[in-house]
Design a binder for this molecule. Sequence first.
Ligand SMILES: [Zn+2]
Length: 77
Amino acid sequence: MKAKFEEPCGRRRPRWQETPPLVASRLPCDLPAGHDGPHEDAIGQQWIDLPPELLHEVTTLCVIDRVRRAFSEEERP
Ligand SMILES: [Zn+2]
């Protein structure tokens, strides 16, 4: 079995997840590479990384739902 947990993850928050103070919110993830769950920096702040594909899919589903509702006859009072 490979020792794949020797390197730190090193991921940083996306800019839209940064909060004041910026120095603290730009700390890299301190957990071992390939870890499960949210990222966590050296001072214990956690965040999750949303993959761009997921953001795209959620956006698409929301648009589809709005279009479906717009043409739905069920919402008539
Ligand atoms: Zn991480």
